[in-house]
Ligand binder design. Structure first.
Ligand code: HEM
Length: 465
């Protein structure tokens, strides 16, 4: 349907290649700064036309609600997902994150049962066991590459929980594949076609070959020994459509790679930012350690303990407000749509900047930039502006792993902080918005084994709260 309406405000169109390169490098240097300036200069909805393609930026809760929920069927995923050379589809194929329409609906219905509350609860022990194993390698006072530790840990968990498989020996190759995956989305590379064998492009090709080898091996092993292990891989292998056809290996590969990638880097980065914030806010850390120590009394945490750890929940939610692991998501308008007072023409890209929404003083108050977990205390959480907090998105395409991730982060943090705290080495890293939000340059911290002396320090800090 074609409709008429005002064009959204924004800077002059950028058409020549030099200006495009300049914009890309500004974006590379400070993407959040560029975007925030756009909202400051033009208001809640603004647009920029680059090389003839119109890109609309939104961050107002009402607009996010419209695109994600009320008008969700008027949008598809944008080229950042679907482009098979430079988008997520290059790695993920046509899996749950990148697919649309009837195919997506069918696959979501098929995969959803693996994420039902009862199924997820069964993963709790696996999550804690992997954490205990990972911590055995840490040494008191030693520098720890926390980002690598979290990536390996969350990868092992998602693969064990969903596919009952062990990829620990492939962790290095998968880590390199993740780096290539993130790097592929760096803006400047978008201007170079994928057939040009730049070093980055060669790394991407190698990463896909490595991931394929690992995933097809998992599929072949399971097809060879098809007894039901009650996991997601078995369900995918046994799924039949109305005509009795099963999924091809390529379709299963796409869903596995999707869950593999979507299911660990996001969680790992949310944990990274939580450790960084806790190292900067000793009073929050002290209160959290006090809660963990008094509830667990030295016991390894279980699922049943989580209800008694409300502050832990608040800390994670607040950390994901300030450092949303997925800071923005993109859609393409399938038809002309009015958002607020403005016409968003068919074919425009609409980018939803949760990063901006999560830090907007109108919804979070003058102290929006501060790390204050009490915002999510039960009596205050209900007052949060609807759709101003969307770390897992909303509507039909809401994150399927939402509850899995929340449970995982709570169990991991409780298990780790019971025994270890971390001091940041160097300055607070810059947030690097690739596909997920990474601490730029990685995250090195000094691991401190908690002892009686450490517990006494916690008591001291608490007295000053
Ligand atoms: C803190 C951790 C996580 C965060 C912040 C996060 C965030 C998100 C967001 C914002 C989306 C929406 C993307 C869009 O619509 O464009 C999404 C989708 C998705 N997430 Fe997560 N996620 C997390 C953990 C997980 C986990 C643990 C899994 C699986 C084990 C997972 C699997 C997926 C899948 C498959 C989708 C696509 C769902 C669909 O479109 O039907 N995520 N996630």
């Amino acid at each position: 349907m074609s409709i008429t309406g005002k064009t959204a405000p924004g800077p002059k169109p950028i058409n020549n290649i030099l200006s495009q390169i300049q914009l890309m490098s500004e974006f590379d240097r400070d993407a959040f700064g560029v975007v925030a300036a756009g909202f400051r200069d033009h208001g809640d909805l603004w647009q920029i036309t680059v090389g003839g393609s119109q890109q609309v930026m939104i961050a107002h809760p009402d607009h996010l609600h419209q695109v994600l929920v009320t008008d969700a069927d008027k949008f598809t995923k944008d080229a950042n997902y679907k482009n098979t050379n430079k988008g997520l589809a290059r790695f993920m194929g046509n899996g749950l994150v990148t697919s649309d329409g009837e195919f997506w609906r069918r696959q979501r219905k098929l995969i959803q049962p693996s994420f039902h509350a009862k199924r997820i609860e069964a993963y709790a022990e696996t999550m804690v066991d992997h954490t205990l194993a990972q911590m055995r390698q840490w040494r008191d006072g030693a520098a720890l590459q926390v980002d690598h530790e979290m990536m390996t840990l969350t990868l092992n968990i998602v693969v064990d929980a969903l596919f009952k498989a062990d990829v620990s020996e492939d962790a290095e190759r998968i880590g390199a594949a993740m780096d290539a995956f993130q790097e592929m989305q760096k803006n400047q590379s978008q201007l170079v076609p994928a057939w040009v064998p730049t070093p980055g492009e060669l790394r991407t090709r190698q990463a896909i070959r490595d991931l394929d080898a690992i995933i097809y091996r998992l599929i072949a092993e399971r097809r060879a020994r098809p007894h039901d292990r009650g996991d997601l891989l078995t369900m995918l292998l046994e799924a039949r459509d109305d005509d009795g056809h099963g999924m091809t290996d390529v379709q299963i590969r796409d869903e596995l790679v999707t869950l593999f990638l979507a299911g660990h880097e996001t969680t790992a980065n949310s944990l990274n930012w939580t450790f960084i914030l806790l190292s900067q806010y000793p009073q929050v850390l002290a209160r959290l350690l006090d809660e963990i120590d008094s509830v667990l009394g030295g016991r390894t945490p279980t699922l049943a303990d989580l209800r008694a750890l409300p502050y832990l929940d608040q800390v994670i939610k607040e950390s994901m407000r300030l450092y949303s692991a997925v800071p923005a998501i993109g859609r393409e308008a399938k038809e002309d749509v009015m958002i607020g007072d403005y016409l968003v023409p068919k074919g425009s890209t609409v980018t939803l900047f949760m990063w901006v929404t999560h830090r907007d003083r109108r919804w979070w108050g003058e102290d929006a930039a501060e790390f204050k977990p009490e915002r999510f205390a039960p009596e205050r959480e209900a007052e949060i502006r609807k759709y101003a907090y969307l770390p897992f998105s909303a509507g039909p395409r809401v994150c399927i792993g939402n509850s899995f991730a929340m449970m995982e982060m709570r169990l991991l943090l409780a298990s780790i902080l019971q025994r270890w705290t971390f001091d940041l080495i160097g300055a607070v890293p810059k947030a690097e918005p690739l596909i997920t939000l990474r601490p730029q340059g990685g995250l090195r911290m000094t691991a401190r084994a908690r002892s009686v002396a450490a517990a006494a320090q916690v008591e001291d800090a608490l007295l000053t709260v």
